[in-house]
Design a protein around this ligand. Structure first.
Ligand SMILES: [Zn+2]
Ligand SMILES: [Zn+2]
Length: 889
């Protein structure tokens, strides 16, 4: 045994992770080669916000992507993981505005150009934070291709898509209610409006019913000055109070305009009088009702919050002055029924605290209904597969009820809309090149639209804009459609659906063939992680504490399909122990191979031991299982199978058994054992690399079998592993025998140093012969100095009994154990078996189970019953015997 293994005594991730990440980058290990002829595998990263810092959601999302990318890269595919960040319009603008606020400024003090300049500077300084955090996690993106949604190429793509949609009539302007500050004279994004309740009044106003003297409908409103914009009154169709209004109209007081009465189930019968005035141009909810009923939109308030001609006698008055006057006039005309105190939720401008005015404004819309058609059929006909499949239902529901997509936003940071308006003739010009004159009247007085596009507009193009579209690039040819998109369900509609629509519109091909939807990360009790609950786990903290590999393994191990990932530091620490276990196993193998050791993995002609054949077969089975699970996005199954195998088979059993041969005087035995150890270890290191990239890279370099890095090594394949399927049963019998003896030792509290003897009885001679051949294993691992095998051997005086499968094992206890205790143990065991048996029998006597359960399930229960019966009999016999020996002793 040698001491210098090339591996430190204990594993410290901090010394290793950064080293290997730098090495991978230096060697361009993640670089995709678009000239490669190998089949491609590509993923585009869901671009994190440039303002973002790594949270649990990112950690899970990117770990799963990295596992897939590394897995496919190791299969020799032409692999690309395309990285980048999102400009995150409103979020980024807010961050920079907060910076300005510290200096006592607003973005308006700087002006648009200087403000945008400032955002770019901010991005240059801080925009790389999340990228470096992804590297800490081990993300193997091709960083040479990193993109940003606002970079030159992507901005060109955005503009071309806008212009094309416009030219095809799929991008159009329509009215919409926006937030308007009458003092700043600017539109505000929703996030820029500060909401606050204030004391106000609810005015009950009588609208006379036409041709029905002395009959009124009373409506309640907090804003009587907007009544001149009313274009209907609405009531609930079931409201008995208003059945009299069928086929009637009402008269708007003061200006005496006629209004239709609508019957709409949207109206609440409980609120106010149950009759609602509808003002589509001055209220966002009324705007929607107006759309549903094709109502006219009558604007009565100007941009400076004064009343316009539509308000009749109140024209020119400020909105609040008009309110006072309207209320006074209604009172005089006896049309004001009452005034109640009322709390009014009010939006204020974030800059000047002025109460915002909902204002009708022209906004840009995408005709999503047309684009959705192809996106629906692409999932219907399987061109794109959504995993887990139940999300397809949600996708179809959304897509079949899709509304026009409003893409204009009233902020500065983003892709400014490429539309110009002629100040002379009102012509709208949408073009790839900035126009200098009007195409209709040749005026050079043009004003560009001040809005920018919704951030999701540019991210909808991400799968092809990042590959160089609209140019016909090698990357596009090699990597589009991408292979898989990995994302959380929260952005299935915002992002995935829109990528589907845009990909099909621009590329005439789906953007990805698979969409894998993962769940959320919650705490171990299933609670959402939040600052207020104090249960947030910071990914960078746990990476620092336990290493990225343990963290990644925990994420994978708990990422069961369709179920939330429940994580705790304790769970992550558990996988830190696993990393140690692997590390120590590798050290053991290195310590037991000489410096001049030359591996020979040609096992066919060699005389392999049972344990060799068993571990090789199990290696093949686990490789098969892990590959299948990764192909099906069953990350937890892959992690679980690998964990179980490495810890409880390779480490717990094979390493222990190999000591017999490693210490043998026969060099053939020693060499054979070294080769199997090395072969399995090498396979394990490659098998685990996608989940635990760092420790496996360190270990791989310490293997005499390695060439280059494991990052570009071949993923294990079952056809490179010799198969011995029959070895598994044989080995399991022996393992059960050893475990049985160990259990006797454990349960009876027999000191580990105390050697025992064992008697193994069975009616099957071939099984006994197989066990006899491996008596050395049994002696070593069960701590017995002699084992006697025989057919139906009688139980010796005063011995413990273990029944496992076809074997009955007796461990003589005279001088070793207290018989009273042994009797109690057996009785306890008998109680348990009796309980189990009655449970099975109860089940088998249930009519419902017998008729409803599948035949094979019922059959299984019957087998269980007979096995329990024979075990019960054998235990009862044992108890009798111990009782007998107790009397004798
Ligand atoms: Zn303002
Ligand atoms: Zn013009």
């Amino acid at each position: 045994m040698k001491e210098d293994t090339g591996l430190d005594r204990g594993y410290d991730p901090r010394n290793i992770e950064d080293k290997w990440y730098e090495e991978w980058e230096r060697n361009e290990s993640f670089r995709a080669d678009n000239t490669s002829k190998a089949p491609h595998y590509s993923i585009v990263i869901p671009p994190p916000n440039v303002t973002g810092s790594l949270h649990m959601g990112h950690a899970l999302n990117n770990t799963l992507q990295d596992i897939l990318i590394r897995y496919h890269r190791m299969q020799g595919k032409n692999t690309l993981w395309m990285p980048g960040t999102d400009h995150a319009g409103i979020a980024t603008q807010n961050v920079v505005e907060k910076e300005l606020a510290v200096e006592g400024k607003t973005r308006h003090d700087l002006g648009r150009d200087a403000f945008i300049e400032r955002v770019w500077e901010w991005r240059k300084q801080y925009g790389g934070v999340i990228i470096n955090q992804l590297k800490k996690l081990g993300a193997s993106c091709d960083w040479t291709r990193e993109r940003f949604t606002m970079d030159e190429g992507l901005s060109r793509a955005v503009r071309l898509v806008f212009v094309t949609l416009y030219e095809e009539g799929l991008m159009y302007r329509d009215d919409r209610i926006i937030n308007w500050c009458p003092r700043c004279h600017t539109a505000l994004a929703d996030l820029e409006v500060e909401h606050e309740d204030s004391a106000g009044s609810l005015y009950h106003i009588r609208y006379p019913v036409k041709d029905d003297p002395d009959s009124f409908v009373t409506v309640a409103t907090t804003r009587p000055e907007t009544m001149f914009g009313d274009t209907a009154v609405a009531v609930h169709p079931d409201d008995k109070r208003y059945t009299r209004l069928k086929n009637k109209t009402v008269i708007l007081p003061i200006i005496e305009r006629e209004l239709p009465v609508l019957f709409d189930p949207y109206v609440s019968m409980e609120f106010g009088t149950g009759a609602l005035k509808i003002t589509p141009a001055h209220d966002a909810n009324d705007f929607e009702i107006g759309n549903d009923h094709d109502l006219e939109r009558v604007v009565v308030i100007n941009e400076d919050a004064s009343m316009n001609a539509g308000a009749g006698p109140y024209e020119g008055l400020d909105r609040y002055e008009a309110r006072e006057r309207v209320v006074k006039d209604l009172k005089e005309q006896e049309l004001l029924e009452k005034v109640e105190n009322y709390t009014v939720p009010q939006g204020h401008c974030y800059r000047c605290r002025t109460i915002i005015e909902p204002l009708l404004s022209k906004q840009w819309f995408v005709n999503a209904e047309v684009l959705a058609r192809e996106a629906i059929s692409a999932v219907e006909d399987g061109r794109t597969r959504i995993v887990p499949v139940q999300w397809e239902k949600t996708y179809f529901e959304w897509m079949r009820n899709i509304k026009p997509w409003c893409v204009s936003r009233q902020i500065w940071w983003g892709h400014q809309i490429p539309a110009w308006y002629c100040d002379e003739c009102g012509e709208v010009i949408v073009a790839m090149e900035d126009p200098t004159t009007c195409s209709t009247c040749q005026s050079s007085s043009l004003t560009r639209d001040t809005d920018v596009l919704d951030t999701w507009f540019s991210s909808a193009l991400w799968p092809f804009s990042t590959l160089g579209w609209p140019d016909k690039t090698e990357d596009l040819a090699a990597y589009y459609p991408t292979s898989c998109l990995v994302t959380g369900f929260d952005i299935l509609f915002f992002w995935v659906a829109r990528m589907m629509m845009m990909g099909l519109f621009c590329m005439k091909e789906v953007p990805f063939t698979d969409v894998y939807i993962h769940a959320l990360v919650r705490d171990e009790h299933g609670q959402k992680m939040s600052k207020s609950k104090g249960n947030i786990i910071d990914p960078l903290e746990v990476i620092e504490k336990f290493g990225a590999d343990a963290f990644r393994f925990a994420l994978a191990a708990f990422a069961a399909m369709g179920r939330d990932v429940r994580l705790s530091e304790g769970r992550i620490e558990g996988y830190r122990f696993f990393v140690n276990k692997l590390w120590n196993a590798a050290r053991f193998v290195r310590m037991n191979t000489d410096d001049d050791y030359q591996p020979d993995f040609d096992f066919k002609k060699r005389n392999l031991s049972l344990s060799d054949r068993w571990i090789l077969e199990r290696t093949a089975q686990v490789v098969e299982e892990v590959r299948r699970a990764l192909d099906e996005y069953e990350f937890n199954v892959a992690a679980g199978a690998a964990y179980q195998f490495v810890w409880h088979e390779f480490c717990d059993w094979y390493l222990e058994l190999s000591k017999i041969y490693l210490s043998s005087d026969d060099p053939t035995n020693r060499k054979r054992s070294q080769d199997v150890l090395m072969f399995v270890l090498d396979t394990i290191v490659r098998l685990l690399h996608p989940i635990m990239p760092f420790v496996t890279e360190e270990l791989y370099h310490a293997l005499p079998t390695s060439h280059g890095g494991v990052v570009n090594a071949e993923y294990p394949d079952t056809n490179e592993i010799p198969r011995f399927p029959e070895a598994v049963n044989e080995f399991d019998r022996m393992r059960n025998l050893i475990t049985g003896i160990r259990n006797v030792r454990g349960e009876m509290n027999i000191h580990p140093k105390k050697t025992l003897s064992a008697i193994v009885s069975s009616s099957d001679t071939s099984i006994l012969d197989g066990l006899r051949d491996n008596i050395e294993y049994i002696k070593t691992l069960a701590g017995v100095d002699s084992v006697e095998f025989g057919v139906d051997l009688p139980q010796p005086d005063a011995s413990a009994t273990v029944v496992t499968g076809p074997l009955t094992i007796y461990v003589p206890l005279t001088g070793v154990i207290d018989f009273d205790e042994e009797k109690a143990r057996l009785e306890k065991e008998l109680d348990k078996i009796t309980d189990d048996l009655s449970r099975v029998r109860k089940k088998l006597s249930t009519e419902k189970f017998l008729t409803k359960a599948p035949a094979e399930v019922v059959e299984k229960e019957r087998d269980k019953e007979s096995a329990l019966i024979s075990k019960q009999e054998r235990l009862a016999e044992s108890i009798d015997r111990v009782t007998a020996y107790l009397k004798e002793s």
